[in-house]
Write a protein that binds this ligand. Structure first.
Ligand SMILES: C[S@@+](CC[C@H](N)C(=O)[O-])C[C@H]1O[C@@H](n2cnc3c(N)ncnc32)[C@H](O)[C@@H]1O
Length: 247
């Protein structure tokens, strides 16, 4: 079996170095997540980051709210090693769990979470896996807690979706052509283009980019028991989906 691409340490390092170049709205999605957490008072306890990678979002959370603790759940030890280095200064305010989001990760969430956040990770789950993951999010939140997923989200109309993936692929190509990303990252970007542009109409399976619309995913949120659901922010291929565990 081929190794899951996110587990290569060269790719983890390349993504960490290039995330803000590769993802045109990287900081904006983070800003939108932090703004939602601030408005809802969802930062005075445990914050869980699903697929939290090298810890860039959690770093901003822990810097902004000194009473917050955080847990990063990610299946890649290579990413978690980078996160551990980045977040060492926060001491016991940060914990890590090397787990797949497809598996039951609820046992590593040691207290009901004030917020569960995620960026650019949950779209790797197929529809059934997403539904299961969102149910586990509901189960792991405290009453009032927020689920915030800032992710690649498919537009309702196929031509709009196609335009969005093509524009992002062109952006990626410019980064490759100008050597703005590492060789491992350039390979990953070529793979993304192949899966999402050249094989646009082909079926996706778990681990691919299983883009689903906001409406579909918010229906999963609601089926899991989340309320106050909606799209908090949107641009091109990226949306911030939100929901709340009310009781
Ligand atoms: C594009 S990176 C995003 C990292 C981080 N959230 C960020 O925005 O900087 C995708 C991350 O999701 C993780 N990931 C992908 N599929 C996963 C899965 N099935 N279970 C857990 N983590 C997963 C990868 O290991 C990687 O750290």
């Amino acid at each position: 079996m081929t190794e899951y691409r996110w587990n290569q340490s060269e790719l983890a390092a390349g993504y960490d170095a290039g995330a803000m170049l590769v993802h045109p709205c990287y900081v904006q999605v983070q800003d939108a997540i932090l703004a939602e957490m601030g408005c809802a008072g969802a930062a005075d306890g445990l914050v869980v980051d699903l697929g939290g990678g090298s810890g860039r979002l959690v770093e901003r959370v822990l810097d902004r709210w000194p009473d917050t603790t955080a847990l990063i759940i990610d299946q890649s030890q290579a990413f978690l090693d980078l996160a551990a280095m980045r977040l060492e200064r926060f001491g016991d305010r940060i914990a890590f769990a090397c787990k797949r989001l497809q598996d039951d990760w609820r046992d590593v969430v040691t207290q009901p979470a004030a917020a569960i956040v995620s960026m650019s990770a949950i779209h790797h789950l197929d529809p059934g896996e997403k539904q299961q993951c969102y149910q586990r999010c509901f189960d792991s939140l405290r009453p009032g807690g927020l689920l915030l997923n800032g992710d690649e989200v498919r537009a309702d109309a196929d031509d709009e979706y196609r335009g969005q993936v093509e524009r992002w692929a062109e952006h990626m190509q410019r980064l490759i052509d100008t050597n703005a990303v590492t060789p491992a990252m350039a390979d990953a970007l070529r793979g993304w283009r192949k899966r999402n542009v050249e094989q646009f109409a082909e079926p996706r399976s778990s681990g691919d980019d299983c883009h689903e619309t906001a409406a579909t995913q918010l229906s999963y949120f609601e089926a899991a028991g989340l309320k106050n659901t909606g799209v908090a922010w949107q641009r091109e291929l990226w949306s911030l989906l939100k929901g709340q565990r009310v009781s």
